[in-house]
Design a protein around this ligand. Structure first.
Ligand SMILES: Cc1cc2nc3c(=O)[nH]c(=O)nc-3n(C[C@H](O)[C@H](O)[C@H](O)COP(=O)(O)O)c2cc1C
Length: 208
């Protein structure tokens, strides 16, 4: 499929078949998500891959009745970091220095700049910033899934605190942001027949 064919083929699947995705396919989708860009490269989030049917059954009561949490093949939970502080930023740039073979401290000036910018934000602003980065990763995941012919449903309709409690995210300095069910569409999925609705092209983009 070309990219536009893949994007027209995909839709938010509401009912999944029993078929399970292979480990290889899941690994490719994890990698596509990992490769997502983020501001300053800080990647202020982690990805949890929930394969366990037992855990997904426990999450279901906090998923606003969305059975696909349990019925999909794998559930991805994108969780933002709650501890974006000086140490988090320093660790990131030390990692960049190591990966690029730079001298320790080579990025000290830029690290300070990023700390000045990021640490001037309030807790709410930092959370909002991290959520934006998470949603870039979600977009990459959805596009990668479509290109691989994997069905998906992104979901914001769930109770964060319930998910965080079951997955032990607070202890990891994380908070669930958005989730994505992955698998194969069921033949009976009513959403498959619905026409894709978007703003008409002429209204969507403006050439200046
Ligand atoms: C961030 C985000 C959250 C969403 N949350 C839900 C959700 O909780 N439940 C659901 O069934 N669909 C959810 N959707 C799917 C949207 O309703 C769907 O993508 C949109 O209507 C466009 O339709 P399409 O994806 O089928 O083309 C969500 C989509 C996004 C991007």
């Amino acid at each position: 499929m070309s990219i536009l064919e893949a994007l027209n083929w995909r839709y938010a699947v509401r009912e999944f078949s029993d078929r399970k995705l292979s480990d290889d396919v899941i690994a490719a989708l994890v990698e596509a998500t990992r490769l997502s860009p983020s501001a300053y490269g800080l990647q202020p989030y982690k990805l949890l891959v929930i394969k366990s049917a037992e855990v997904r059954a426990k999450l279901l009561p906090f998923a606003m009745g969305q059975n696909k949490v349990r019925e999909c093949s794998h559930l991805f939970v994108l969780a933002r970091n709650t501890n974006i502080d000086a140490q988090f930023i320093e660790q990131h740039f030390t990692h960049v220095e190591n990966e690029r073979g730079l001298k320790p401290g080579a990025l000290a000036g830029f690290t300070q700049h990023v700390k000045d910018v990021m640490l001037s934000l309030s807790t709410e602003e930092l959370a909002h910033w991290a959520e934006k980065q998470v949603h870039i990763a979600l977009g990459n995941l959805l596009t990668a899934a479509a290109i691989k012919g994997v069905d998906a449903c992104p979901m914001a309709g769930f109770e964060n605190q319930g998910f965080d409690g079951i997955l032990g995210l607070s202890e990891l300095g994380l908070r669930s942001s958005v989730i994505c069910a992955l698998g194969e569409r069921a033949d009976t999925d009513a959403s498959a027949a619905e026409r894709k609705v978007r703003l008409p092209s002429a209204e969507f983009s403006l050439e200046i």
